[in-house]
Ligand binder design. Structure first.
Ligand SMILES: O=C(O)CCC(=O)C(=O)O
Length: 274
């Protein structure tokens, strides 16, 4: 399957942004983060990798290049990530795309694929891993390094409208994550059920973002390039998002503070931004 890197892209103030997101479940937005935010996030990323948090993972060769590092809830430990979540440009963008009056910050997720990492990210939907029900939920994927067709995300265009939430899959064979306890169907074989035209992807510069619905299927290759692929994903919830309990493992493995099923998600763990 060949990823198509020539898809249409937009600037955040383009009036077509909302309809495009609604239709495809993914949109590429150029020049969203300025140099100042990028510098702060790169500094924060360096620190975060050095001192992985309680839920970080590191797959690949131990103590050697080519690793795949991930960590969540960085905003709770690092001022740069906290200021980015609360004062950066993504909350209002998320609110616009979700057509939501309120925006709750669910979590951040740092993903670093070192130069030469052979770890692909499997096809999955983000909502499969979450304690979040509802339709107004999305992720914004912000690379801190240039990405090309060799190491960017790929999406099944429109898959957020398939009305199916699949079982969550582990990000690596060596992971103990179990997403199979809720009787959800397995992610289908995308090569069999989708044509090349259904798969979309973009090359990005630092500052550009991909915003996608929490049920849009996506994957990524490893990182065969000679420089790291550092990305900050942030996950946002809107008016109809609510807390759910699932039997499978959660990612992040955090249930929030005093939440009851069906109630809004906002709490001290998942703060409401506006
Ligand atoms: O960056 C990756 O490899 C995967 C990212 C992803 O799946 C996400 O941010 O939801």
């Amino acid at each position: 399957m060949q990823a198509n890197s020539t898809e249409q892209d937009f600037t955040p103030d383009d009036p077509r942004v909302f309809d495009q997101y609604l239709q495809d479940g993914v949109i590429c937005l150029r020049n969203v983060l300025n140099e100042s935010w990028l510098t702060r996030l790169k500094e924060g990323t360096r620190d975060a990798i050095e001192q992985g948090g309680p839920h970080h993972f590191r797959f690949g060769p131990p103590n050697a290049p080519g690793f795949f590092f991930g960590d969540v809830m960085l905003w709770q430990r690092w001022p740069s990530f906290c200021e980015f979540a609360f004062d950066g440009p993504l909350a209002s963008l998320a609110g616009h795309l979700m057509n939501s009056q309120s925006v709750t910050f669910y979590h951040d997720f740092l993903l670093v694929k070192d130069a030469g990492s052979s770890k692909p990210t499997p096809w999955h939907q983000d909502q499969s891993y979450w304690c979040v029900g509802g339709d107004q939920a999305l992720t914004i994927w912000a690379p801190l390094d240039a990405v090309s067709s060799a190491n960017t995300l790929e999406f099944v265009r429109g898959s957020h409208r398939w009305n199916t939430l699949y079982a969550a899959v582990p990000f690596a064979d060596e992971s103990s994550f179990d997403g199979s306890r809720d009787g959800r169907p397995e992610v289908p074989d995308i090569a069999l059920c989708c044509s090349d035209e259904d798969i979309v992807s973009w090359s990005l510069q630092p500052g550009d973002c991909l915003a996608f619905h929490a049920r849009t299927l996506h994957r990524a290759p490893g990182n065969p390039l000679p420089h790291p692929r550092r990305v900050l994903s942030t996950c946002w919830a809107g008016d109809d998002a609510h807390y759910i309990e699932i039997a499978s493992d959660l990612a992040p493995p955090i249930k929030g503070d005093g939440l009851i099923p069906g109630a809004p998600l906002a709490c001290s763990t998942f703060p409401r931004i506006f």
